[in-house]
Design a protein around this ligand. Sequence first.
Ligand SMILES: [Zn+2]
Length: 369
Amino acid sequence: MSKFFTITKKDLDTHARLGRLVTAHGEVETPCFMPVGTQGTVKAMLPRDLIEMGCQILLGNTYHLYLRPGHESIRRLGGLHRFMGWDGPILTDSGGYQVFSLGKMRKISDKGVRFQSHLDGSSHLLTPETVVEVQEALGSDIAMALDECIPHDATRDYVHASTARTIRWAERCLRARGAQNQLMFGIVQGGLFEDLRRGCVAAMTPMAFEGFAVGGLGVGEGEERLHAIGSFTVGLLPEERPRYLMGVGRPQDIIHAVRAGYDMFDCVIPTRNARNGTLFTFQGKLNIKRAQFVDDPRPLDETCHCYCCRNFSRAYLRHLYMAGEILSSQLNSLHNLYFYHRLMDKCRQAIRDGQAELWRELGKITDGA
Ligand SMILES: [Zn+2]
């Protein structure tokens, strides 16, 4: 058992496990959800609110911070933790995912990815070496290796060649690393092809990564293939290292993945949906824009203990949304992130206490209303 990750309990009926991940900025109980702090902030949330809701770890986006304000600037200001006023663990992505989303504005070669900034059109080259350098300058607790996130409809030939390159990039990332206090995770690709996923895992698990992520899922392949390839791949990964399913974040997908053996999750769904007025409850989603809430004095979710649900009515939340008030985004984000943290609490509780009943309850969560 490695010193940075300990499995404290395994569920008897599923592949779910309870774990403790030790980072330079504190411990994280897994399975855990990481709110996304794209530009050095979880949109509309104070770090104080995040601590209060039990948030253990945040995700920072390397691509955005590299372009603005720049990693050297953040390094000079004492690193990302001090810059954003968050003293807990931070995982940074490699920037690859954002760069690959740029479509025509990027060009990929073995060397790396050349891309044009979405801000000012300036040209940049992201290589395995530079993503390590940038993440070390940011000072995150967990850095991610550079990978290519492949579209779900890519041809087998393309996925094969791209995955081989991702493996070469993973080796280069490890060679480039210098920071003592930073963990680094490799990213398994291979698209929707089981043999390519297997090959990628076989090539990467001997490497000295402290954990592994599974990438290239939740990109439009549909629920059935997401669950099938997600479960297949996690089953190949070494048990004693943390496993992170990147970017997949509908509640029902997280529950499925926890049961399959994943430990870490991130997604923009709770915050993005919040700003669009879509709110999560254990009874399903609720759209606060709807006219039915105009005179509704009840809290958003009567079973929720978040600041929003303790103090405000659905009618007020609808009013704030309709009036375009900033507080609408703030309260809605607070509630949705609180919901996601309760969801992870319940998953951990179900594993800890072997609660079949709780698993059944979690299994009923759907997209709902
Ligand atoms: Zn609430």
